[in-house]
Design a protein. Sequence first.
Length: 280
Amino acid sequence: MENENINYKKMRRNITILFALLTMTLAFGQGKYGKYLSSKKLAMVYKSVKDADKEDFYQQYYWLVKAEQLKTYPHLKEIKPKVLYEFVKKVNPQNFTKKLDDRGKELRETAELSLNQYFKNKNLENNSVLMYNLETYVDPSKGQYYTKVDAEKIKELVPKELFAFNSNNRNTGEDTTYYLWIDKKKDDFNIVSIIPDEKENKAFYARLKQYLPSYKFSKYVPSVKKGTKTDRTDAEYYYIMPFEQNTDNIEYKTKDFKTFELSQYRKAGEEWKGVEKPRK
């Protein structure tokens, strides 16, 4: 009986430690000001922010403002603020001070002097100078993620479910397209890939090579549609057709943007042909 009590106490202690570790992990992942999901509410706590916490404070403010800017566009109103916020974080990861060179640290210090004045005076509405200094503060090197998401170019590929975000690095001129998928079943979202991963979809690429040996995926945003609603076996699929470039083309489908299946193909100048079901 005594041994059972000892084991029970050990189990309780281990569970307590596990929950404590999980809590610490979640808190660390969200940052010191991660609980604030409104830039106005975050700005109200400025006076209590210690110098050592300024980095987290301004970074969180930047993410919130950028997400709120996206939310003002009519075609993005249906997306939850939390989703846009997480998307902005994905595109613009935090650039910690310890990663900066001397020039970067100097630019950050200069930007902070200006930011301090705006926050002290609560002069935060439609302020382009503040935003310039905020961007300089969070990424003074303009190299890691000095990017701009053009909300006008965001495409809704599947209403309320799949969006294409184009991000432009103003330093290198490089464009990157992100695909945001809102998983309604899990009330969650993911940044997904539209092009099948070769390692994870060997069967897909084997069949593609069988029908169109020289096929290359287009770099442009594809068209996407949902499967037939009245067909339970088809309704959960997303059908993807790469941008038409007057060459060979394909259509393929997926449920989770991880595993893909080739559904039909067309050689240049010919009709679409369905893909045979794999022989057992």
